[in-house]
Ligand binder design. Structure first.
Ligand code: FE2
Length: 268
């Protein structure tokens, strides 16, 4: 479903409220985005720096904000490229730095997805920006929808809530767990973090930390954005993608241990 068709209308999920203008503005020339990145960073400061000469048109607030969004995406594309190219192992450092800048920019300023890459009764997702090293994906969950638990091979990701709410849970296998190549064999899996994603709240995974996650939309559904860095090496993380079947009831509630099985990649 086209994002534009959803704007201002009630869907099964949250009521989307955001701008069409920002999407078009993402197509601003790269030099303009870079210029925005090197000015003072606030609308007022940017406007002052661009004080009009006779006859010059002053960009409106939407245009200035769109420039800042484009600059943010360009900057983090370049930083992801550099991290991958240098073989960085500091997945968390990069994500934390991105979050710090995003908190200044405001996640609500990002545009919606450019197209739908996946759609089901439960959720629709698509790219806001996509390259081999850096992904920015929008997810829109229907009320109470589920995204099946899965791992991420060679990726770090941070999910940031935009509208509505969703619960994201992260897991790590206990020592002795089988490879994801070994399906349907029970093993102990530990829940290591759980976050309610609402606007501005975030939850991350790295190649070797909390790399399995699963989502459940709240009663009004949710919209969130995933920022992902795709490294050339797994750095000791998973070599194979797989979804998981996880027993809801913990086998050891005090430690958050659940019985789980790798299930490959069935449609879900
Ligand atoms: Fe995921």
């Amino acid at each position: 479903m086209c994002h534009d068709q959803l704007e201002g209308s009630s869907t099964r999920g949250v009521r989307l409220t955001r701008r069409t203008a920002l999407r078009g503005a993402l197509a601003v020339p790269a030099w303009m985005a870079l210029a925005a990145a090197t000015t003072a960073g606030t609308s007022a400061a940017t406007s002052a720096a661009n004080a009009p000469v006779s006859g010059a048109r002053v960009p409106d607030d939407d245009e200035v904000r769109a420039d800042e969004v484009a600059a943010f995406l360009d900057t983090w594309q370049q930083r992801a490229n550099a991290a991958v190219a240098t073989g960085s192992t500091d997945d968390d450092g990069l994500l934390h730095a991105l979050l710090a800048e995003l908190s200044v920019l405001g996640v609500e300023r990002l545009p919606g997805r450019q197209q739908d890459a996946y759609s089901s009764d439960d959720f629709t997702s698509g790219p806001i920006a996509a390259s081999p090293t850096f992904l920015v994906l929008e997810f829109e969950l229907a009320p109470n929808a589920v995204i099946t638990p899965h791992n991420h091979v060679g990726f770090s990701f941070v999910s940031v809530g935009v509208e509505g709410e969703a619960t994201v849970r992260h897991y790590e296998p206990e020592a002795g767990a089988p490879s994801p190549r070994v399906l349907d064999t029970p093993f102990d899996l530990r829940e290591v973090q759980r976050t309610l994603l609402t606007r501005g709240r975030s939850s991350s995974l790295s190649r070797t930390r909390a790399n399995i996650h699963a989502f459940r939309g709240g009663p009004e559904g949710a919209r969130f954005i995933d920022f992902g860095v795709h490294y050339e090496t797994t750095n000791g993380g998973y070599e194979v993608f797989s979804k998981l079947d996880i027993d809801e009831a913990a086998s050891d509630p005090a430690r958050g241990i659940h019985t789980a099985r790798w299930i490959g990649n069935p449609k879900s």
